[in-house]
Write a protein that binds this ligand. Structure first.
Ligand code: NAD
Ligand code: MG
Length: 397
């Protein structure tokens, strides 16, 4: 019996994860859930899944959770605060942790799960972008099992040679030439750049293929999401940046590919539903039902299209490759500045086109400072906070 902690259970990935878990009562159960807001939804989830523990951000949220509790029996144990989140991820009561909090806020708990040697299902790509070296070192040292949830990385993981599916490789898998990350191109793939200035959060969040949380939806529109995924692939698969290629594929049917030395290219295909990668990781190495309805109907699709990414139209993609090549501090800056800018955009305080400008300015600012060591979680969080303060000043403009 696999006992699962779902961090960020009220989010898009969290809800899909609970859906898959509920389909397999004979092999997995929920140990703990966490959420930052939406205590009513958390209370419903906790009652339905019979979670033993929930983690909430503060005492006010604890009160709202209890007020919303309609479960049959006693409410679960309620733990409060960020430290409780990390402690629960490392709790002896669980074997598997779904890290599905959005943003660098999910880093400490994801890292705690890795350090505790859990099976870590990693949706939270920002954790790897901000702290790739620390995170992968923790996986290596603890013997944790790391399974990528991001659909592209999950696809690559599926296409790698079986023996090369180590949790934290130190070099690229033998025989692999390149990783080909597919990208839908988002809602503005063909938009006139002149029209982007006036883009609203609703337009940016209207992804053509995937239904996701608002932050990652905006990231998909700017293609910063693909940039974060390039950095994520670099750490997960020990792949140098120049062997990671982005290819735009508007239908999102091929989730990514692995190109081998012999010229073979292996792809993973499927419907755009995150329950497939989630079920793959929860069941690994077995294949289990995901609840994704129907089958991929290729004849009905008729065609799959591909094109090269446009680095002019999507400056955030170029900035991400720049940051990856510049080093770890630049990756921290890229991610933190983006989180601040996207938040400001979603709150109507920043025009869409300024997201890339804020990131570019933060990267320049970071490059002009004396080098920092990022040897610990504290170092990473300190730099993250500094960049947020700097970017926050720009984002009120
Ligand atoms: P979401 O916004 O729908 O949900 C985020 C969850 O995190 C919620 O449960 C929320 O309560 C919690 N949360 C937010 N801020 C928090 C904080 N400061 N502290 C603790 N908890 C907090 O996001 P999502 O779309 O489910 O994405 C989650 C993660 O998975 C992101 O890192 C995203 O990049 C990644 N991801 C998502 C998808 C997708 O299809 N949605 C695909 C690939 C990767
Ligand atoms: Mg993805």
């Amino acid at each position: 019996m696999q006992r699962v902690v779902v961090l960020g259970s009220t989010g898009s990935i969290g809800v899909s994860t609970l859906d898959v878990i509920a389909r397999h009562p004979e092999r997995m159960s929920v140990y703990a859930l966490s959420a930052h807001s939406r205590m009513e939804q958390l209370a419903e989830q906790a009652a339905a899944s019979r979670a033993a523990v929930v983690v909430v951000p503060d005492d006010a949220a604890r009160g709202r959770f209890l007020a919303a509790w309609r479960g049959a029996g006693r409410p679960p144990e309620i733990r409060v605060g960020a430290q409780a989140l990390a402690d629960t991820a490392a709790d002896a009561g669980c074997d598997t942790v779904m890290a599905a909090i959005v943003g660098a806020a999910g880093l400490p708990s994801a890292l705690a799960a890795a350090r505790a040697g859990k099976r870590v299902l990693l949706a939270n790509k920002e954790a790897l972008v901000a702290a790739g070296p620390l995170f992968m070192q923790a996986v290596r040292e603890s013997g944790a099992e790391l399974l990528p949830i991001d659909s592209e990385h999950n696809a690559i993981f599926q296409c790698l040679p079986h023996g090369a599916r180590a949790s934290a490789p130190t070099e690229p898998a033998a025989g692999v030439r390149r990783l080909l990350l597919t990208a839908s191109g988002g809602p503005f793939r063909r938009a006139d750049p002149a029209d982007l200035e006036a883009v609203t959060p609703e337009q940016a969040c209207a992804h053509p293929n995937w239904s996701m949380g608002r932050k990652i939806s905006v990231d998909s529109a700017t293609m910063l999401n693909k940039g974060l995924e390039v950095i994520e692939a670099h750490w997960l698969f020990a792949m140098p940046p120049d062997r990671i290629e982005v290819v735009v594929h508007p239908q999102s049917v091929i989730h990514s590919m692995v190109e081998y030395e012999d010229g073979s290219v292996l792809a993973q295909l499927g419907q755009p539903d995150m329950r497939t990668p989630i079920a793959y990781a929860l069941g690994f190495p077995d294949r289990i039902a995901s609840g994704v309805p129907g089958a991929l109907d290729l004849a009905r699709l008729g065609r799959l299209d591909f094109e090269a990414p446009d680095f002019e139209r999507f400056p955030c993609l170029r900035l991400s490759f720049d940051a990856l090549r510049a080093g770890q501090a630049a990756s921290v800056a890229l991610n933190a500045a983006n989180e601040v800018a996207v938040q400001a955009f979603l709150e109507g305080r920043l025009p869409y086109t300024w997201i890339a400008r804020v990131i570019a300015a933060a990267l320049e600012w970071q490059a002009g400072r004396s080098s920092v060591t990022l040897g610990s979680l504290g170092d990473v969080l300190a730099l993250d906070a500094e960049v947020r303060a700097y970017a926050g000043n720009l984002a009120v403009a």
